[in-house]
Design a protein around this ligand. Sequence first.
Ligand code: SAM
Ligand code: SF4
Length: 382
Amino acid sequence: MTRDEPFGVYVHWPFCKAKCPYCDFNSHVRHGGIDETRFLSAYLTELNHFAGRAPGRTVTSIFFGGGTPSLMPPRTVAAILDGITSHWVVADDVEITLEANPTSVEAENFAGYAAAGVNRLSLGVQALDDRSLKALGRRHTVDEALAALDLAKRIFGRVSFDLIYAREGQTLHDWEQELTRALTHAADHLSLYQLTIEDGTPFAARHAVGRLRVPDGDKASAMYQLTQTLCEAAGLPAYEISNHARPGSESRHNLVYWRGHDYAGIGAGAHARITEGGTKRALSTIESPEAWLAQVEAEGHGLASDESLSTQEAAEEYLLMALRLAEGMDLVRFATLAGHAIDEAQLHGLEGDGLVARSGGRLMATQSGRLVLERVILELAA
Ligand SMILES: C[S@@+](CC[C@H](N)C(=O)[O-])C[C@H]1O[C@@H](n2cnc3c(N)ncnc32)[C@H](O)[C@@H]1O
Ligand code: SF4
């Protein structure tokens, strides 16, 4: 790690209006509301802790993720951004993203977020079909989402939106039509996720008893391939498995993770990677918002784990992250982290199978390789 490497700050807002039945993110519904003042004060306290652990860094990206950060009052966002500026130098071209749900109520906050300094909005549109939105448990319609998207495009310099595909009953043709329509609305970035049935969610329970049928592996792969073709033709090629951008508009914050740089993470259930004394440390905070709040108030941080990674672990994590990227991984960086180069025989084998390719000191997964990325990573890390 050098001090002029990118450095991100992640802020987790763990609350949602309702829990979507497919989602296993750390998000909680609090019908009685929350004590905004105490929470804000705890975010500022935890920022102080991280500033002490990563002094002298220049913040290149900030990301408000969730949960639903668009439920945060703009003044809370502004106060956290002020806190960040008081601890670290913030780059002139810092990227400040906030994840928003596209309901009309939340759209009313957009101008306030921009005034606070947010310069990029990521909207959870999820589907361009009202029946699917209902099935996904979403609280907005397609019209409402598109209105929020239009407003966001007028207010923010950069806008992304998320869609989930391989949904129940969705055919390849349905997805082709939906994505084609989505591309006519796209600004500079799109996140296109294949529906994952996450353990412990209502979708997993329904799936287990055959009451939720999603496209099988072959159909989902065909949808993935189609996604690559349509997005590329529209000028938004994939720079990561599920993320597409006009060249130069990639999410700088996500690149911090995938390129293996350091980031602070505050709020309940946030993760962080900080290099201290030459060793990469993996930190994460308590998931329960109230337990996190109580610990921050008592101890100055809400950390649940704070461990150093061995060189092998740090190298494997880099491999896992960087191979998701179209640009792939830097072989010299891997060797520096791991203390040894990747085994040539393994590399040759995977190249021979058409799963990875090398170019100018970098190693990337091919399109077929990305479909079996776990296998590729296991073999390279062996
Ligand atoms: C933290 S979540 C969402 C932010 C915001 N609360 C929302 O719902 O719009 C980030 C994104 O992950 C995606 N996601 C969540 N659960 C998923 C699942 N089970 N399968 C695929 N994508 C999922 C959704 O597209 C979502 O927008
Ligand atoms: S998908 Fe978004 S809104 Fe739905 S529960 Fe998860 S974080 Fe909350």
